[in-house]
Design a protein around this ligand. Structure first.
Ligand SMILES: Nc1ncnc2c1ncn2[C@@H]1O[C@H](COP(=O)(O)OP(=O)(O)OP(=O)(O)O)[C@@H](O)[C@H]1O
Ligand SMILES: Nc1ncnc2c1ncn2[C@@H]1O[C@H](COP(=O)(O)OP(=O)(O)OP(=O)(O)O)[C@@H](O)[C@H]1O
Ligand SMILES: [Mg+2]
Ligand SMILES: [Mg+2]
Lengths: 226, 226
């Protein structure tokens, strides 16, 4: 479902060019459970933003579900994202003046769901990550791991077919992290394609395939474990 | 050096009161290397903010280095913090419009150091966390783990006698995380009191003492390992 070919991403700054991705070839089929591993600064979030259609490559091609992503304008890209992709951001990206429930309900506004339906689905999503008793809290009234779980709930509320999670357990204790991984594996068993960036070898070991990135290049792609 | 007695912290909200800390007694002597462990939402960051004089308890007493913290006004508190405490925040708290170097140099402004001295010390601190080649980047031009390392460098630049690190390796790969832990242990060997909140059992195992928090209470306080 994901086909990246010779993808390059350069960040142009005033005094330097940062080559964050250098000729990446990557194919991920529908229904796979993949982890992306690599050192700090190696290009993982950059790669996830490209896969999630939040950014465009400097060079190379990207086909998602057979569609040439680079041929789409921004509106078409936004509609595709909203309909099919759930993204858990490394820094959560919650709206500071909205409650947890409002943050989680937000992606449903583009689906034509009624207000009461949006509220109910947001509450169910928050219950799934054990935050039923924090629904009225705004982000500055939540702990780090609670914010991370709100970000996870928001990524899942539209029932996406592609889940992209950028270090989804970095702020969680081990027990809560295992619950989140179990939730992702259940979704994968139901057919959701799941791609997880993680620094936790225990999480990577539970995925079916581990893609290793160093300095903007894929250096290894291993199946097994999980 | 840290003496918390019967410390309580309640967050008052419109519709509820959150009892984040419930009668905490904790003593940490100068030069100790302590980890604080517990589930998401159990009160660890709240406790760190109190220890770091960034927040005041709802009830109870806090003596730091023999000084009754609750008797100090905000200016005296700020001076004490700036002189003695280095704080690595769970969400980094970097200034978005300043470069990495400017962010790290900021705490030195209150020490009377000259501009060139501040710049040099900031660069040394960034070199210690392997970010020499990212000094000109602003936070939105840094990866998650790079932002975390800038926060660490900033906490160390004033050479504090008390280092408080709230999940300092949550965004780091294993190898970089070990380097940061080794740096903290070196500082501890030089006499710095180090308190680390961590979800990583490997990090907790390398400290001399592990304080366990659940639901706002200390439930265990173990010496050994490390
Ligand atoms: N907007 C930007 N402008 C310039 N450089 C950037 C920008 N965003 C990221 N970079 C640089 O590109 C490189 C890759 O960043 P990226 O965020 O993809 O890393 P990462 O693998 O996710 O790291 P981490 O594990 O620390 O989150 C880093 O060295 C970073 O400094
Ligand atoms: N400003 C606030 N107003 C209301 N409740 C708050 C506020 N800040 C924190 N809380 C609540 O207090 C409890 C303790 O929060 P704290 O940030 O100390 O947890 P933590 O142990 O650091 O968790 P984590 O491991 O997820 O970072 C949480 O349940 C949180 O929802
Ligand atoms: Mg990243
Ligand atoms: Mg916390």
């Amino acid at each position: 479902v994901i086909e990246l070919a010779s993808v390059t991403r350069v960040y142009e700054m005033a005094a330097e060019s940062v080559h964050a991705l250098r000729g990446v070839d990557l194919e991920i089929r529908a229904g796979e459970l993949v982890s992306i591993i690599g050192p700090s600064g190696s290009g993982k979030s950059t790669l996830m933003n490209l896969i999630g259609c939040l950014d465009r490559p400097t060079a190379g091609t990207y086909r998602l579900g057979g569609t040439d992503i680079l041929g789409l304008d921004d509106d078409a890209l936004a509609r595709l994202r909203n309909r099919h992709i759930g993204f858990v951001f490394q820094s959560f990206n919650l709206l500071p003046r909205q409650t947890a429930r409002e943050n989680v309900a937000l992606p449903l506004r583009y689906t034509g769901a009624s207000a009461s339906e949006r509220t109910q689905r947001a509450e169910e999503a928050l219950a799934r990550v054990e935050l039923k008793d924090r629904m009225e809290h705004r982000p500055d009234q939540l702990s780090g791991g609670q914010k991370q779980r709100v970000a996870i709930a928001r990524a899942l509320v539209t029932k996406p077919s592609l889940l992209l999670a950028d270090e989804p357990t970095g702020s969680l204790d081990q027990s809560t992290g295992r619950e989140i991984l179990a939730l992702f594996k259940r979704l994968n068993a139901e057919g959701v394609t799941v791609v997880i960036v993680t620094h936790d070898p225990a999480i990577a070991a539970e995925t079916h395939r581990q893609v290793h990135i160093v300095d903007g290049r894929i250096v290894a792609d291993e199946r097994g474990a999980g």
